[in-house]
Design a protein around this ligand. Structure first.
Ligand code: FES
Ligand code: FES
Length: 158
């Protein structure tokens, strides 16, 4: 049995230690907010946090998650920065088709947790592994700046 901590809750399941964390989250635990895009760490759709750092769940074996705190998009709103990011995403209306957006939110939250007021270059660097086929990049950048500025209410500007 494998024991995992996900979004503050304990889970036990029987799975191969080499199974990608993404499979465990989606297929075994029903946490389908984390998306499968490329499967080879190129698109960022599967981004989760492992001990607060962004990780591509499609190439992270579940063994690497044992004993760590895993956070998915389902749990990110429980963190102060995650809540700030979600509010800014709504205020700016970032989402188009939505497929990439849970990964974008996870990377943006990790970026803001590390750098509270990132520059354009720091945003580009922090978000460079997250692809959006709908081209929402300008709104993502705006939402990150709003989240940084708003300090929690996400309502300062559109
Ligand atoms: S599905 Fe993991 S990076 Fe694309
Ligand atoms: S919103 Fe459609 S892929 Fe990003």
């Amino acid at each position: 049995m494998i024991a995992l901590r996900i979004n503050g809750q304990s889970h036990e399941l029987d799975a191969s230690l080499d199974m990608p964390l993404l499979w465990v989250l989606r297929d075994r635990l029903g946490l389908t907010g984390t998306k499968f895009g490329c499967g080879v760490a190129l698109c960022g759709a599967c981004t989760v946090h492992v001990d607060g750092a962004p990780r591509r769940a499609c190439v992270t074996p579940v063994r690497a998650a044992i004993g760590r705190e895993i956070t998915t998009v389902e749990g990110i709103g429980a963190t102060p920065v995650g809540q700030q990011v979600q509010r800014a995403w709504l205020a700016i209306e970032v989402v188009q088709c939505g497929y990439c957006q849970s990964g974008q939110i996870m990377s943006a939250t990790a970026l803001l947790a590390k750098i509270s007021a990132p520059t354009d270059d720091e945003i580009d660097e922090g978000m460079s592994g997250n692809i959006c086929r709908c081209g929402t990049y300008p709104r993502i950048r705006k939402a990150i700046k709003l989240a940084a500025k708003s300090g929690g209410d996400g309502q300062e500007e559109k």
